[in-house]
Design a protein around this ligand. Structure first.
Ligand code: SF4
Length: 347
């Protein structure tokens, strides 16, 4: 099929969605606030992983004004482990704008929604169609994969011209009613049937008879994606410092990667035991014991941290670190997963 023929998708896709849609917490109530939070969470997080975070977030901050006024530590704790913390900060900034400029209400137009921090064309399209019933496509990598297979288009889906053409064609294909269901049916097909990894389940697909890639046996060669640059690898040595039942943490500078979150002290490179001894002495610490711990790896989108660690029991806690109990660390100090991986080694 061609892009101009996309209206042919609507009926079979809506029919299939009606019978196969998963029950997800954010589908029970399509209030724009709830749809917005779910879409932001799902940008970088799998559905199953996002569910408990979403439920906790909605129980704690069920509306715009509560989110706008939430203390930063509370917000970061709610997001702890999800990664990409800028998402949470932008949620709060956007909520504050809604309070200041929109009378505490969610804006109703695509342009106003798109102007909010952290909201791009995909998210604005999803909110407008799912929560407000507008014919606005939400085109992300999933939708581009499905459409490139349906149309047999082997152009690189990262090209803006490809995304632009798909967005335009989909906008023209939207039905007069059930706009939200149409958006979600495309997403659902990409998640459950026309899957990104492994073989697409063409035998279960309601669009098989329309699909160019299926007809040509070309499903697994599409979509065409440019090769990503290899990740930059960084070695670091993490120091788990204990003193009188407390552990040393420090706050990361605001603004950068994981800005404002808490971390265990660490230094660049893979240090030997003797080098760690010297580093601790430079910090004014005299360890009574020093033993190597486990190594961990943490992968960001463009970066990989290879982290080794040492556990040190210190006789004094007199330096610039913040020394906290494990209970306080868990309750009040939001820590990214990269460092949270070492917490078990403190026990
Ligand atoms: Fe994807 Fe196969 Fe359906 Fe085509 S027939 S849209 S390749 S699942």
């Amino acid at each position: 099929m061609t892009l101009a023929e996309l209206p042919q998708l609507v009926a079979p896709l809506l029919d299939w969605y009606g019978q196969n849609a998963r029950m997800l917490p954010w589908r029970e109530n399509t209030d724009p606030y709830r749809v917005w939070v779910s879409e932001i969470m799902l940008q970088q997080t799998r559905v199953e992983a996002a569910k408990p975070y979403y439920d906790r977030f909605m129980q704690t901050l069920p509306g715009i004004s509560l989110l706008a006024g939430a203390p930063e530590a509370q917000l970061m704790k709610l997001w702890e482990g999800l990664g990409y913390y800028t998402r949470a900060r932008n949620l709060q900034k956007a909520a504050q704008i809604m309070v200041e400029k929109h009378g505490g209400q969610f804006p109703r137009t695509y342009e106003e929604i798109l102007a909010l921090p952290g909201i791009g064309g995909y998210t604005a399209g999803a909110i407008c169609s799912i929560a407000l019933g507008k014919p606005t496509p939400a085109v992300d990598g999933n939708v581009l994969r499905v459409i490139s297979r349906l149309t047999g288009d082997n152009r690189d889906i990262a090209l803006p011209v490809v995304k632009g053409a798909v967005t335009e064609a989909l906008a023209a294909a939207y039905p007069a009613r059930h706009c939200g269901d149409f958006t979600q049916s495309l997403m659902e097909l990409g998640a459950l049937v026309c899957v990104p990894n492994g073989i697409p389940k063409c035998g279960e697909c309601p669009l098989q008879s329309l699909c160019t890639a299926y007809r040509e046996g070309n499903q697994q060669n599409l979509p065409n994606k440019a090769k990503k640059k290899p990740r930059n690898k960084i070695n670091m040595t993490v120091l788990l410092l204990r003193c009188n039942g407390r552990v040393a943490v420090r706050q990361r500078e605001s603004g950068g990667l994981l800005g404002g979150l808490w971390e265990f002290p660490h230094v660049a490179g893979r240090l030997t035991q003797a080098e760690v001894q010297k580093q601790l002495a430079d910090w004014g610490l005299a360890p009574q014991s020093l033993i190597p711990g486990q190594t961990k790896k943490h992968i960001f989108t463009h970066l990989e941290w290879d982290m080794m660690c040492f556990l040190a029991d210190c006789g004094n806690a007199d330096n610039d670190f913040c020394w906290v109990t494990p209970a306080a660390l868990q309750k009040d100090f939001p820590m990214p997963t990269a460092f949270g991986k070492f917490v078990l080694q403190l026990k």
